[in-house]
Structure formats: C-alpha cells, structure tokens
Write a protein that binds this ligand. Structure first.
Ligand SMILES: [Zn+2]
Length: 299
C-alpha cells in the first residue's frame, strides 16, 4: 500500500460538489426515488445539517465517531434505506470520480501499485475506481467523505469489497493502515527467495504487525506472489545472468555518467519506475522494483 498526499484542488472540488448536494437536500427535505418524492426524516436532516462539514472533510477517526453517533439514533428501517440510498445512489453514483481523481493526481492503485486507477467500462469509457475504505454498504454515511475515497484498481476494490479486517471495522484504524494516515511505504519491503534454482518468488517483509495485517487484508502479498514473476526474473537476470552486475552498470555508470542523468531519470529510463516515495503511484511496480533493485545492488 502507498501513501496519498491530498491536493488542495481535489479537496476544494470535492467539498463544492458534496456540500451542494447536502445543502439542497436539507432545504428540500426529500429525495427522488423512481421519480417519486420520498421524505427524509427531520431527525436525519438535523443530523446532516449538524455534521455536514465533518462528513465531508473529517479525518477517518472522526468519521467513525460521527457514524457511531448516528447509530445511536432510533431511525426506522424504511428511513435507513432512504438514507443509504441518498448517500450511495443520489450522492456517490453521481459523484464525478474521474475529475476528482484527476485533481488528486493518483495514477496507480494505492493498494497494489500494479494497475492504473483509470479503467475502461463496458462502453469503453474511461472509468475511475474509488474504494471506500470504510465500505459504503456498511457505512453509507461515509460514502462521500473525502478521506474515505481511495483511488484503487477494479481488482483491489473487488478483493476488499465489503470484507472486514480482523477485529472489525470499529477497530480497523488500530489494526490496519489507512492510506491517508501514517507513512506506509517504509513499513514493508519487497524481497525474493529461490524456491529452486531459477525459480525466484517475491515475498514481503514487514516492519510490524499492523503493516502485515494491512498487506494480508488487501491480499497484496498474494497479488505479487502470483503476478510479479516476469518483473522479478528480468531484474535477477540483469544481476546474475552475466558475469558483471549490469544493474549497477546501467544505473550508476552508463546512464548517469554518459548521459548526465540523475539517478531518478536513470531508473525511469531503464526500468520505467519512480524512485521517490511520493511518486511511486505514478508508475506501476515502482515500489516493488525499487526494493528489489536496492537489494540486488547490495550483493
Ligand atoms: Zn490494485
């Protein structure tokens, strides 16, 4: 999993879109379902008015508190259905994901750093995938919250779906890492071992249990175990197939010396990856390849 630094443009864009929806709904007091007006309860509208700003931009811990506050209210199941429909159908389904993602400037999935965040839908239109860190089915109130929208790929979003990590969602912030909170990329690193001669396999080393829980919950270990074979083999070939360490020659001698490139440019040129943690998201496999190369250069 990578970290995300939110951009001001994305924060402002998101807030403008969502506050308008919230304020219009508070004013009207109803939502449209199949062209029929359905009245929202006063209790919910008062709640929404009180917490609207925080529901939009509070950090995950506070979002959880607001959600718990809401759960204390005695609201009929009919109203709960309407409220869920308001956040998910009226709100999130109409949210401009693509523009939002563009302003956030995240190019590959925050969970796997393997696939791009833009995908094609059935009509071949570009579609942006956003995962709800607190799943929207269980936490519909947080379906439009900035810090709950995580740029991901379709596959990781699907893997995570509505599953809960060990300890449940109420304790999730203690048990797994959140992309917008603490620094994540240095708490795990990719490595490899040989299952037999010529059979390398990618593995992940963790700095702590929380990192391990996060990687395993998002199945990132399984993804890399099964889908990084070619990338790993190419890097190992450059290191072991020839008598010289071609990784070192390419990165530290040929490109940097002869073409006066910086180290970053050489990595981009030779391996198509970014080497700065804040830029890992720009190109697939950046974190993976950078960790493996670092290990191979030491040998
Ligand atoms: Zn992914």
């Amino acid at each position: 999993m990578l970290s995300i630094s939110p951009t001001n443009e994305a924060i402002i864009f998101h807030k403008e879109k969502v506050i308008k929806l919230f304020e219009d709904t508070i004013k009207k007091g109803y939502i449209l379902r199949k062209k029929v007006q359905k009245k929202l309860s006063t209790e919910f509208l008062v709640f929404l008015d009180k917490y609207k700003e925080e529901l939009i931009c509070a950090k995950p811990e506070r979002l959880l508190e607001i959600n718990q506050e809401f759960q204390k209210k005695r609201i009929s199941s009919h109203q709960l259905k309407l409220i869920k429909s308001f956040f998910i159908q009226t709100g999130y389904k109409n949210f401009p994901n693509k523009e939002f993602l563009n302003l956030l400037g995240i190019d590959t999935c925050i969970y796997c750093n393997k696939n791009y965040t833009l995908d094609l839908d059935k009509l071949n239109n570009a579609r942006a995938e956003l995962d709800h860190w607190f799943p929207k089915e269980t936490f519909p109130l947080l379906a439009l919250s900035f810090y709950n929208l995580i740029p991901s790929c379709h596959s990781c979003n699907h893997i995570k779906h509505n599953n809960a990590p060990e300890g449940g969602w109420d304790n999730a912030l203690q048990n797994i890492n959140h992309p917008y909170l603490e620094d994540k990329t240095s708490i795990f690193s990719f490595s490899y071992f040989f299952t037999s001669i010529n059979q390398p396999k990618a593995i992940i080393r963790f700095a702590n249990t929380k990192a391990q829980n996060t990687i395993e919950f998002n199945k990132i270990d399984k993804i890399y175990e099964t889908q990084s074979g070619r990338e790993l083999k190419d890097l190992l070939d450059l290191r072991y197939k020839y008598s010289q360490n071609y990784l070192d020659i390419l990165l530290n001698k040929t490109f940097t010396k002869e073409f006066s490139m910086s180290q970053e440019e050489a990595y981009r040129m030779v391996f198509g990856i970014e080497t700065k943690e804040k830029d890992f998201h720009k190109r697939p496999f950046s974190k993976f390849k950078k960790d493996i190369i670092a290990e191979l250069l030491k040998i």
